[in-house]
Design a protein around this ligand. Structure first.
Ligand code: SF4
Length: 210
């Protein structure tokens, strides 16, 4: 099976397993999704949602984040990994969005990755989930692992993996592919103990005996 055929089959089967492929991060507005995604690196979505539950009630606008006293804001996200850097990046991103982008979260990859602490993965999540725009495919640790095991990439670097997946996946499915591989990675194709016997991709996966 060619890689582009395999990815279509993966999409078909995983869409049946996970019929609602959307981000697990809670948000109401694009800036909230940006904040949640920035907080989510090396942290579970469940924990991020717990923290943002209170945060989003206290901080209603981009200006609220930009004006937040550094120490107070840092304390409010202190249960999150790397909270000092993340808090600083969020406040600075808010300031930059106000100054350069008229208080609106940008809608292009180029502008998004110009914000502090925002790389392609975060930008892809925001573009896809907040705006329904697909400039790339968000590659997190689950996408990286599952795509590699399925043999639809031979790379380990997220930027190269993203290019490989973009080349073989119809553009309309870029957002879904990322979510589906994340769901499957969390539930079945887990890092330490992949549950091959329960996997709907078993017969098309070259790693079904690892
Ligand atoms: S067969 Fe195993 S390695 Fe392949 S996708 Fe399924 S769980 Fe992962």
């Amino acid at each position: 099976m060619k890689d582009n055929e395999k990815v279509l089959e993966v999409l078909r089967r995983l869409k049946r397993e996970y019929p609602d492929p959307v981000t697990a991060l809670n948000f109401q507005a694009p800036f909230e999704l940006l904040v949640a995604t920035m907080l989510s690196a090396q942290t579970t979505d469940v924990h991020v949602n717990k923290v943002t539950g209170g945060l989003f009630k206290r901080y209603r606008s981009i200006e609220d984040y930009a004006d937040a006293p550094a120490e107070t804001f840092q304390k409010e996200v202190s249960s999150i990994n790397f909270y000092k850097t993340k808090a600083k990046n969020i406040r600075n991103a808010a300031k930059m969005i106000i100054e350069r982008f008229h208080s609106e979260v940008p809608k292009t990859m180029e502008k998004l990755i110009s914000l502090p602490g925002v790389a392609r993965k975060t930008a892809n999540v925001v573009l896809s989930n907040a705006y329904g725009l697909h400039e790339g495919i968000a590659v997190d640790t689950h996408v990286k692992r599952v795509a590699f095991r399925l043999g639809i990439t031979k790379n380990e670097d997220p930027v190269k993996i993203e290019k490989d997946l973009m080349a073989i996946t119809p553009k309309k499915d870029w957002g879904d592919l990322s979510h589906l591989l994340i769901f499957h990675g969390r539930k079945i194709c887990q890092a330490k103990k992949p549950r091959h016997q329960e996997c709907v991709l078993y017969d098309i996966c070259p790693s079904n005996n690892i």
